[in-house]
Design a protein. Structure first.
Length: 413
């Protein structure tokens, strides 16, 4: 039995070491554009985001710091734990748990079973996200934890009788260990946890002469975790807050509204010019020639206006370093796709991607501008827009729609 438990512990630690950098799937950003971030580059999550509840069952042993009696395998018992955790960041989290079960202690010829309860609060450190960077679809996570709480024992009549003491000791105890988390779906993890607890020897009701000053518990358990709320983390950009990004979007929307108002004023001016041209034609033969020119210009304006109405334009803004369409962007592009399909079939729309060259390298930003344009292109194709009506491309720092910030966009003309 002793060899079995030692072998199990060795295999678990080897698995943790070999799998620390393991993961599968692709992230929302290509590594060539933006490396997987560790601590920096995340927007603070909300209170109800990134919560977990876990239920574990396992086995463990209890030993004094010296002068333990009986065989090693006689000290094992069973335990279970319920815990609630909140991840404040992809690397840092806190957890509150309640663990309970029983251990065996040998005194002389007797093996005495005694119960325990341990309520504790832990700080958690996701080593996989810290060392290898945050990945939404990682399969394995190694999570170190440490904390403390209140440990109580010998609270049943049977254990009081067996241990020969009527007291129910309680005191603070420290805990630390490693949780191996294997993700089977976005909401469910399978856990393999190794834990140690250190407290005073008085927490064990089975007393005898010469026992050590401290009491140590060690256990291994398996269980399941359910993740609820928002399950991933939103990336931001260094030096920019979410409020800054939203402000830039609002400014762009206001600029688009002003452009529409100017277009409406232009249509009014064209109508007035047409009326003036008709009156000029009636006044004089000389004015007739000017009127013909005005009518020709008017026809050209009408043709251009009809073409503009049938060939709408659109602008899509992206978060810094991102090439992912939001639900709102997808709705706007769906409306645009319907307009394109109803418009001229021989008109080719250009999809031009841009990036903010104030941050990052030129090569990465150029690649990001192409990826943004390709994202919009692929989405319009998926909505049934003919490929021969679309062309996409990226730009470098010499071709930007805005002179300052806010160039993380795609413009469709």
């Amino acid at each position: 039995m002793k060899k079995f438990y030692l072998t199990t512990f060795v295999l678990v630690f080897l698995l943790s070491a070999l799998s620390l950098r393991a993961g599968d799937g692709k992230d929302t950003l290509n590594a060539e554009i933006s490396p997987y971030p560790s601590f920096k580059g995340f927007v603070t999550n909300k209170f109800w985001d990134n919560w977990e509840i876990s239920l574990n069952f396992g086995t463990g042993f209890s030993v004094y710091s010296s002068n333990n009696q009986g065989a090693w395998g006689d000290r094992f018992g069973v335990n279970g734990e319920f815990s609630v955790a909140k991840w404040l960041h992809p690397v840092v989290g806190v957890r509150a748990g309640l663990q309970g079960g029983n251990f065996n202690t040998v005194r002389g010829e007797d093996k005495i079973k005694w119960p325990f309860l341990y309520g504790h609060v832990d700080a958690m450190l996701n080593m996989s996200n810290w060392i290898s960077g945050y990945k939404e679809n990682r399969v394995y996570y190694a999570v170190l934890f440490a904390g403390m709480g209140l440990y109580g024992s010998n609270f049943t009549d049977a254990s009081k009788t067996a241990s020969g003491t009527m007291s129910a000791p309680a005191n603070f105890a420290f805990t630390a260990g490693l949780t191996n988390k294997f993700r089977v779906s976005p909401s469910v993890d399978i856990n393999l946890e190794l834990r140690g607890i250190l407290g005073m020897s008085s927490l064990n009701p089975v007393s005898y002469s010469g026992r050590g000053r401290f009491l140590g518990n060690g256990d291994i358990s398996v269980g399941v975790t359910y993740r609820f709320g928002k399950r991933d983390f939103q990336r931001g950009a260094a030096g920019y807050t979410l409020e800054d990004i939203n402000t830039l979007k609002r400014e762009a929307e206001e600029a688009a509204l002003n452009a529409q108002q100017k277009e409406s004023n232009l249509e009014t001016q064209i109508t007035e010019a047409q009326e003036n041209a008709a009156m000029a034609q009636q006044r004089a033969d000389n004015a007739e020639k000017e009127l013909e020119k005005a009518n020709k210009s008017l026809d050209e304006l009408r043709s251009q206006q009809a073409l503009d109405a049938a060939t709408p334009e659109e602008m899509v803004f992206f978060d810094f370093g991102m090439a992912v369409l939001t639900p709102a962007d997808q709705i706007r592009l769906t409306v645009l796709a319907d307009q394109i399909k109803k418009g001229p079939q021989d008109y080719v729309y250009t999809i031009t991607g841009y990036a903010d060259f104030n941050t990052g390298t030129q090569d990465r930003n150029t690649a990001l501008s192409v990826k943004r344009a390709k994202t919009v292109y692929d989405f319009l194709i998926s909505l049934g827009v003919p490929a021969e009506q679309l062309a996409y491309s990226g730009t470098d720092r010499n071709s930007q729609p805005f002179s300052g910030e806010g160039n993380q966009t795609v413009i469709i003309r």
